[in-house]
Design a protein around this ligand. Structure first.
Ligand SMILES: Cc1cc2nc3c(=O)[nH]c(=O)nc-3n(C[C@H](O)[C@H](O)[C@H](O)COP(=O)(O)O)c2cc1C
Length: 298
């Protein structure tokens, strides 16, 4: 399956079969993590596999998941890194790489926000000076499930409030598939200067439209899709709309996820290059509420 097909199939799985991963799938994931993408080699990310997810989920209620609402799953990965922005970007990049590879074996996943890292470490018995940046729920999804079922039990203050946070297009009465809204690519790109949206034909001429179609499938916290790409000369800056309402770590994870997708999209169409994750200055005007989080040089 090519990258685009795989990403189109991807969605957050929030209901799992009450069944542990097979030994073969466990080994597949273990093996993957030995071969992390090269961008991660400089980092010291730690992945902790949580074997007994259903026992841990009630204990994690309040300290992980949107509004402290945990998603029950047979397993989780806790991803740990240093509390600084480059490392958090790598959590997003490598975590999403793991998620897409898991999907190749029909293993379902869902990113989960960590609200209190120290408590999560203590509950999961993780002895590390690093911070738990995120959890990823792991298991086999209930394929037949429809959106309406996911939200059927939501009362006030529970999952229903997620419609404000990331599911604005959910019709609680029925949907065919669990596909979340994505912005059109023209809302994602500026050319040469802030506010200058290129025509699709221009992006086609530059050859990057396919990479953008691919990257728009990237997941983000609350489905905010906070990203913008500034194309200028031989570099493309990834810019994120900042907010005080969401933890910095989470915003950096979103950035890392976007970088991963965009890079795969560019490599697929033969544009080589790589991300610079820090130390960049804008040579164009950029509003205060936005920040450059990565620069792709090719
Ligand atoms: C950093 C991050 C944290 C997330 N945290 C949660 C969470 O705590 N609970 C949840 O149900 N979904 C969580 N999500 C999943 C997003 O809501 C989801 O990816 C987005 O709405 C797009 O939907 P899709 O993944 O089905 O395409 C998180 C996603 C990211 C990237």
């Amino acid at each position: 399956m090519n990258s685009l097909k795989l990403a189109e199939k991807r969605h957050s799985v929030r209901e799992y079969k009450h069944k542990k991963l097979s030994e073969a799938d466990r080994q597949y994931l273990d093996h993957l993590l030995i071969e992390k993408p090269s961008i991660a080699h400089a980092s010291n990310l730690e992945f902790h596999f949580v074997e007994d997810g259903y026992d841990m989920a009630p204990l994690l209620e309040g300290v992980a998941g949107y509004f402290g609402m945990m998603i029950e799953a047979p397993h989780y990965y806790a991803i740990l890194c240093d509390k600084e922005s480059v490392c958090s970007k790598l959590v997003g990049y490598v975590g999403e790489w793991l998620i897409l590879n898991a999907l190749k074996e029909d293993i379902g996943t869902c990113w989960l926000e960590v609200i209190n890292s120290d408590e999560v470490k203590s509950i999961l018995n993780i002895d590390s000076p690093k911070e738990v940046a995120a959890l990823i729920a792991i298991g086999y999804g209930k394929k037949e499930l429809q959106m309406s079922t996911i939200y059927a039990t939501s009362g006030s203050g529970s999952l229903s409030s997620l419609t404000d946070m990331g599911y604005p297009n959910i019709d609680p009465h029925n949907q065919k598939g669990p596909v979340s809204y994505r912005k059109p690519i023209t809302e994602l790109v500026y050319l040469n200067e802030w506010g200058n949206t290129p025509e699709i034909e221009e992006l086609e001429r530059m050859g990057i439209h396919e990479a953008l179609f691919y990257m728009r499938l990237a997941p983000s916290y609350g489905n905010r899709q906070p990203w913008l790409f500034m194309i200028k000369n031989n570099q493309i800056d990834l810019i994120i709309k900042k907010t005080d309402l969401i933890a910095k770590t989470v915003q950096c994870i979103d950035a890392g996820i976007a970088m991963f997708y965009f890079e795969v999209g560019l490599h697929d169409i033969g544009i080589k290059g790589g991300w610079n994750l820090s130390n960049f200055k804008a040579d164009y005007d950029i509003p205060e509420s936005y920040s450059i989080v990565g620069r792709y040089e090719y």
